[in-house]
Design a protein around this ligand. Structure first.
Ligand code: ATP
Length: 199
C-alpha cells in the first residue's frame, strides 16, 4: 500500500489540513493517509490547548473520507515523539508499505533541523505543498536540492487555502464565527464544548 503520513498539532484541525490531505491523496495516488495528532510536548511552550479525546473527535469530523485513518500512535508514546520513531514503528508493523511524509511548506523549510532527518529520508519520500502563496515551488525545490537529498523530496504547488489553527483559536477567543474554516459539525462541537474560549 502507498501510505501518507500526515502529522500535526491539529489544535484544532481545519479545512487547510483537509485540503492538504485531499491534494496529496490525488497527486500521489495514496491508498491511505494516517492523520497523526502530535502528543502533548513535555514543556509548556507550544502546548496543546484541548484534551486529546476532543482533538481526535475533531480530526474524525474534519477528515471524513474513508482513506483517512486517525492514528493515536504518537498519543500513546511516552515522552517527546519524533517523526523518525513513528516511521520506524510504522515500517516495522507494515514492512510492505511505502511511506510518504506529507508536510506544508513551512515545515519543509526547517526540515534540515529535524531530529535524524537523514534517517527519515531513508524511510520515506518527503512531500511538500506550498502554503499561503508565501513560498513558491521553485524556492522549495532549491532548498530541497541544496540542504536535503533532492531526489527524496517531491514538491507540489496548489492554490493556497489561507487558514491556520492559530487564526481559528484567535477568532474563537474573540467570539468570531469559524464556520467557513472547518466543517459545520466540527465548529458546532467546539461551540458546544466551549473549547478555545480563552487564548
Ligand atoms: P498553528 O497555526 O497552530 O501553527 P497550523 O494551522 O499550521 O497550526 P499544524 O497542525 O501545525 O497546523 O500543521 C500540520 C501540517 O499542516 C503542517 O505540515 C502544515 O504545514 C500544514 N498546514 C497547516 N495549514 C495549512 C494550510 N492552510 N494549507 C496547507 N497546509 C497546511
Amino acid at each position: 500500500m502507498r501510505v501518507g503520513v500526515f502529522g500535526g498539532s491539529f489544535d484544532p484541525p481545519h479545512n487547510g489540513h483537509h485540503y492538504l490531505g485531499v491534494c496529496f491523496h490525488e497527486q500521489l495516488m495514496l491508498d491511505q493517509i494516517l492523520v497523526i495528532p502530535a502528543g502533548q510536548p513535555p514543556h509548556k511552550t507550544n502546548h496543546i490547548r484541548i484534551p486529546d479525546r476532543d482533538r481526535l473527535r475533531l480530526c474524525e469530523m474534519v477528515f471524513p473520507e474513508s482513506y483517512f485513518t486517525i492514528s493515536q500512535i504518537e498519543l500513546h508514546r511516552a515522552g517527546k515523539s519524533y517523526t523518525i520513531d513513528t516511521l520506524t514503528e510504522l515500517k516495522k508493523n507494515h514492512p510492505d508499505d511505502v511511506f510518504f511524509l506529507l508536510v506544508g511548506a513551512d515545515m519543509l523549510l526547517y526540515f534540515d533541523h529535524w531530529y535524524r532527518w537523514r534517517d527519515i529520508l531513508e524511510n520515506c519520500t518527503l512531500c511538500a505543498i506550498a502554503r499561503d502563496g508565501e513560498h513558491d515551488a521553485e524556492e522549495l525545490r532549491r532548498y530541497a536540492d541544496e540542504k536535503l537529498i533532492g531526489e527524496k523530496v517531491r514538491i507540489f504547488s496548489v492554490p493556497p487555502l489561507p487558514v491556520s489553527s492559530t487564526r481559528i483559536r484567535q477568532k474563537i477567543a474573540a467570539g468570531e464565527n469559524i464556520d467557513n474554516l472547518m466543517p459545520a459539525i466540527a465548529a458546532d462541537y467546539i461551540r458546544q464544548k466551549g473549547l478555545y474560549r480563552e487564548e
